[in-house]
Design a protein around this ligand. Sequence first.
Ligand SMILES: [Zn+2]
Length: 450
Amino acid sequence: MADADVPAQLQQLQDAVGELENSHARAAAEELRRELEGLRDRMSALLAKEGSGSAAAPGPPPPAAARQPTSKMSDEVVDSNPYSRLMALQRMGVVKNYEAIRAKTVAIVGVGGVGSVAAEMLTRCGIGRLLLYDYDKVELANMNRLFFRPEQSGMTKTQAAAATLAGINPDVALEPYTMNVTTVEGFDRFKESLVDGDGRSRVDLILSCVDNYEARMTINQVCLELRQSWMESGVSEDAVSGHIQTVLPGTTACFACVPPLVVASGIDERTLKREGVCAASLPTTMGIVAGLLVQNALKFLLEFGTVSRYLGYASLHDFFPSMDIKPNPGCANELCVRRQQEEAARQAQAGDAQAAAGDEDQTDEAPVHEENEWGIEVVPEGASGTSAEEVSEAAALAPPVTTTTINELPQGLEFAAGPGGVDAKELEELAVKPTDAGLDDLLSQLNSMQ
Ligand SMILES: [Zn+2]
């Protein structure tokens, strides 16, 4: 075979392969068309059978059964009123104005085992507007949890959830966002979707129902930027414990404030969703955590009861640790520190106004250190021996629940990373940044944290 023939023969060979592929594709298409026709016939037969009432085939209810949107929440006690049981909360004195919920907007980030159930609860409670964020699709592996159905496999979680929720309560305005908030572009889109024309948040509360550390840090950052209240939730990798946490920028600890994150399970959040590791999950734990989360969201939105700052759930012993996590003045996130200073200034101003009004009882201040839950000490400027390592070590050792030592955490609680579990480099990174604030400023910050 002469060399010159090679390109020509190659061309012939390529044509032959192309022809073969075309004919295969045609055959496959023909096969699919026949299958589709067969399926259509079977479906028509089934529908006809159902129409004649001879079969109890499961399926969506006929459109006539779906309820129409209502313009007002009625408190009329009739079986046809979807809000009668909710409006009864008002009649019984639990909630002052239940209908205020119609003016509330909640964003749910992560529409998985916890987020989807939280979304359904808020929808049934008649929330005004729900923003739903997720990038994932429904899979059969999700069917051990609540909410999604097998026939929704392959749909995006946001679209599947929006379709189900719209059917449950057409009064709720639903905004599905199929996106990953942790990418650079996702961060910007996420933030944009939360604000109004003036760049202010149009959302009353964000619920974090994500399953990884990075997404929580993203939500934390957006919320610090927008001064947005949010609630964090989590379920442990072994499926038997969980927690919720309320984050009010400047007022409570932000997600970055407590480096050795305290969790009831003792599992480091950073290890969640490890490559190749299949986490366990239970519909019970996820349902309970979603219930605790939405219960506190309702209390926050409708201003009743006490909103939990941190509530854990350790199912093996039915232990529910509860605590307040104060903001860390040495938080690694500088924006968090700025929000803390703004809050301190706001409180100082409120205190001045009170003093000016001559309200002497209110200006009687309690001793500063009476409830120093962080065990924080103010060291005079220029004092020796306050290296960055020592300060961050003190922060790492400060348990948010007791005034004394790490050994006195309530039974069942443990630190995810003890002082020995954090390496020197990490401590260096988390170290308190030098500040120009004087001793008086620091003391007033400390005052504001009671
Ligand atoms: Zn912080």
